[in-house]
Write a protein that binds this ligand. Structure first.
Ligand code: PEP
Ligand code: MG
Length: 556
């Protein structure tokens, strides 16, 4: 009998296949004692296992490239944390085996993280994954991870570690379903980058029967267990229709009546440029520069190294627009040389532009590198600061850009409600706004974007979030300036129409979403989008807003 479950659809498409669970069993090694003379050998074994796992994560990162690389490299650094290693060595010296010492040392560290506040939920999953890999290596058992199978399958997991999502083979993994994670978690972002249909935050996903047939609709978030022939046929037909529409979707983004809305790509580095060009991106709307800094959390990369990386991207978009976001460190992306060590609540601490204003030399080097990278290129460079709260921060950032003579438009991201509420004041200092709806939702609803349990509040259809988008877009219009969206909200085709109706002037998203958004937007006039936007804002819930917008576009 067919049953229907509902999670949060985070990556478009339909996947029909058998359930295979991720091998995430926690390998608890027995608490065996070792003899004193074995201490050094065990310590060496532990060090070798750590190095091998770190090297493997780095190699996976190299293979994957892009945003995945940054995440995997951060995990490799986690594995090599010197304090963790000295704790492991101390435990071995007290007579515990290497595998048990690793297990216990990570458990202690995990506890520390878990008690440091909910924001660390995402990091805990990464930490567990690193621990499982090291323990598996020491025990000589297969690595936890994607199951071996010759047949394509639907991968089900509590949470997918970045190390696994990065190397998912789209030919073998039809789609994936997780119990944790929200629409803006790293896993969701990576799934979209891979173009694999995905549903997250599905309650009790791990209880799905191994081998059962499921149909996953990554657009609606529905999972059909033991789907009937009719359901499968309907889903396939809808998918084929969508594919046909996509194939026909080319050219710049615009509504049916020709109102232009440039469709731009979010990239994490030069490795993502090819997919952006292939999807017909009209430029880059968000270049997350963190990838360059996560290599080494103890110091910033040299100016020359930065010039090289930025130029590699800028050269690919001759006469196109490239919006570079300066380093966004802190909270879930801490860097030792920037982020204060013991903040009680790092998501509300020194992060984003706050870190840069506290370390003007880091900002100056990055801006100088960008100016050098753009030299002699016809590209339209735009530079923006993350997590700007008010006009004072906007001015400080604009001053820093002026000081190095940066030949670029200067803007700020609206990720904090205060910036949306006072957008006109912020716009006295800068030339454009870019709405980071992932963080804007997080701070509007006080709901950590990494925590599956609060994903309802992370839904970008929440009318309160739409109100803040409208405020920002109206302010930009009044000031004769632009206001784009570069958060994940832009990648939802229906929501993209609503954002357009709210007055947003460009949409930036993972490359894989561009054809879907282009096709949907091209079906409606600006007036229809405006009606859909008003209908959505009149609703009281995210679900209500989504339904009202769909009904308005359908002419009801
Ligand atoms: C956002 O917060 O919406 C955003 C685009 O930035 P990031 O996802 O990198 O925090
Ligand atoms: Mg953000």
């Amino acid at each position: 009998m067919e049953t229907t479950l509902r999670g949060v659809g985070v990556s478009h498409g339909v996947a029909i296949g058998e359930v295979r669970h991720m091998g995430t069993a926690v390998l608890e090694p027995p608490a065996r004692k070792i003899a004193g003379e074995d201490t050094e050998r065990e310590q060496a074994r532990a060090r070798q296992a750590v190095e091998a796992v770190a090297a493997d994560l780095m190699a996976r990162g190299n293979l994957a490239g892009g945003e995945a690389q940054a995440v995997l490299e951060a995990q490799a650094l986690m594995a090599q944390d010197p304090e963790l290693m000295s704790d492991v060595e101390r435990r071995i010296a007290e007579g515990t085996t290497a595998e048990r010492s690793v297990y216990d040392a990570f458990a202690a560290y995990r506890e520390l993280l878990a008690n440091a506040g909910e924001y660390l939920a995402g990091r805990v999953a990464d930490l567990d994954d690193v621990r499982n890999r090291i323990v598996a290596r020491l025990l000589g058992v297969p690595m936890p991870g994607v199951p071996d199978s010759d047949e394509p399958f639907v991968l089900v997991a509590r949470d997918l570690a970045p190390a696994d999502t990065a190397l998912l083979d789209p030919a073998l993994v039809l789609g994936f379903v997780t119990e944790e994670g929200g629409p803006t978690s790293h896993t969701a972002i990576l799934a979209r980058a891979l173009g694999v249909p995905a549903v997250v935050a599905l309650a009790r996903a791990v209880e799905l029967t191994e081998g059962a047939e499921v149909a996953v609709d990554g657009s609606t978030g529905e999972i059909f267990v033991d789907p009937s022939a009719r359901t499968k046929e309907q889903l396939r037909a809808a998918e084929a229709e969508r594919a046909a529409v996509l194939a026909a979707s080319t050219g710049p983004g615009a509504t049916a009546d020709g109102h232009k809305v440039p469709l731009l790509a979010n990239i994490g580095g030069p490795a993502d440029v090819a997919a952006a060009l292939e999807a017909g991106a009209e430029g880059v709307g968000l270049f997350r520069t963190e990838f360059l800094f996560l290599d080494d959390s103890t110091s910033a990369p040299s100016e020359d190294k930065q010039v090289e990386a930025y130029r590699a991207v800028l050269e690919e978009f001759p006469e196109g627009r490239v919006v570079v976001r300066v380093l966004d460190a802190g909270a879930d992306k801490p860097l030792d040389f920037l982020t204060p060590a013991a903040e009680p609540n790092p998501a509300l601490g020194v992060r984003g532009v706050r870190s840069l204003l506290d370390h003007p030399e880091v900002l100056r080097t990055q801006l100088t590198a960008l100016a050098r990278a753009a030299e002699g290129l016809p590209v339209y460079l735009e530079v923006m600061a993350p997590m700007v709260a008010d006009r004072t921060e906007a001015r400080a950032f604009a001053d820093a850009c002026r000081e190095v003579g940066l030949p670029a438009k200067v803007g700020v991201m609206v990720e904090i409600p205060s910036a949306a509420l006072r957008a006109r004041s912020v716009l006295q200092e800068v030339e454009f706004l870019s709405l980071g709806t992932n963080d804007l939702a997080q701070y509007t609803f006080a709901a950590d974007r990494q925590v599956g349990a609060v994903s309802r509040l992370q839904d970008p259809w929440q009318p309160a979030l739409l109100d803040l988008v409208a405020l920002s877009a109206e302010a930009a219009k009044a000031e004769g300036k632009s206001c784009g969206v570069c958060g994940e909200a832009a990648s939802d085709p229906l929501l993209a129409c609503v954002l357009t109706g709210l007055g947003v002037t460009s949409l930036s998203m993972g490359a894989a979403s561009i054809p879907y958004v282009r096709a949907k937007l091209g079906r409606y006039t600006l007036a229809q989008c405006e009606r859909a936007a008003s209908a959505a804002r009149a609703a009281d819930t995210a679900e209500g807003a989504r339904e009202a917008a769909a009904a308005a576009l359908a002419g009801n």
